[in-house]
Ligand binder design. Sequence first.
Ligand code: NAI
Length: 505
Amino acid sequence: MTALNTSARIAVIGAGAMGAGIAQVAAQAGHPVLLLDNRPGAAAQAIEGIDRQLGKRVENGKLSAESRSATITRLQAVEAIEALADCELIIEAIVENLEVKRALFRQLEGICGEHCILASNTSSLSITSIAAQLEHPERLLGLHFFNPAPVMALMEIVSGLASNPVLAECLYDTAKAWGKKPVHTRSTPGFIVNRVARPFYAESLRMLQEGAADCPTLDALMREAGGFAMGAFELTDLIGHDVNYAVTCSVFDAYYQDTRFLPSLIQKELVDGGRLGRKSGQGFYSYAQGSERPQAAEISSDAKVEVCAVEGDLGIAQGLLARLHEQGVEIVQRDGQGLLRVGDAVLALSDGRMACQRAREDGLRNLILLDLAFDYANAKRIAISHAAGIDPLALEQGVALLQRAGLKVSLLSDSPALAVLRTVAMLANEAADALLQGVASAADIDLAMRAGVNYPQGPLAWADAIGLSHILQTLENLQASYGEERYRPSLLLRRRVAEGRNFHD
Ligand code: NAI
């Protein structure tokens, strides 16, 4: 089965934030679209809102006046559900309530033709469960758009236990024809994105709770070292803590309280206090008029360094050497275990152990641990940590070397796996478990995280680039440090390491 023809009439039920956006997408793609809401006048108002927005795009020269009027002509507000009788696809975007959605689809089965595909935009309910009481559960699928639907490219095509794979292909092809980036996923809690993204928030929240660094520093590290568009605190302030916390709680409960998804008390306190983020004027940051974003913490050094020694291969951090070389730092190459020596300091990429532990176990005096960067050749900032009792001069020398490479340096407390490495290892671990459990393919998981939440790289491809054995070692060390199941490595990660294969092989 191929994509729905643009002559196919589509209905969207629910004219709120998502429904209006979905109706706009389908109409812009060329379909006649009916919009229905149980609040009288809401559908017509939503179409007026779409018209206003398209009008702004015309004013900015981003859309032609003809496209605007063609899209608006294709949209029609209807007040009675019986008007949807000859639709070929009905997308539901009403209140997130299982019983209300079930009742709506039961009613629709009595109205629409036998070939009409039924779709739900639910982000947290089971498609299997919504479809369970239908006469034809095989024709119900999830069509999960991201907010705002006209802007976000990702669409998760969600199949429940009974969903017909042919219809899943049809929706996939239709989404492509609409210019979207569809992925297939099974109906499991959080689907792909809302599940795999949890550690992005959870690890920053935990580091904050443990005093590893403050919010602006952790946010800056995620952006300037991790390559993410935003850090977890600025992003959750934007999403709204009520919404983000509710998604975390729903995924946590759905996985029978697996501690990997444990909600954060810090975020709960914000919700309890009405500090919901931008929309309430205060979250982790203040959005009151005139308030300024606090600066990320940074340490600097006046030490002069002209030479360093590299022992072995720095692996993914090798890009640092080209930067040092460009700045005229002499680099002496020796055999060894991936260490960088400058003066009395020794620098190494974190393997998940705390600096105090690794310094003792590996007999390394004045050890400075480096965090992961998405791209060491272009990162602007890097996190470091060290054990108590480091020689202050050695610390100065280590920081000076990183400054010579053009990096801002943020010092974290001695935390396992620092900030970016810990977050990326946990994202990759969650993605690996989703892959192991057949939730989606490796390609679709990575695409979902890039297109749905703008990650600079899919977590599985990122783990491949870092080296799966390094990710496994990091997680094992995190698990040993905390003694918690939360950091247990996925079976698939262990298997791939043992097989000497990558996720994308
Ligand atoms: P919303 O509250 O903005 O809009 C829901 C609309 O549905 C309202 O206009 C309401 O009057 C209407 N409605 C409620 N019950 C109805 C019924 N029985 N029949 C007809 N209309 C009814 O909600 P929003 O944010 O647009 O979410 C809608 C759905 O999309 C939910 O299932 C939500 O989980 C899902 N979703 C939301 C995302 C978001 O970021 N807001 C992202 C992805 C999915």
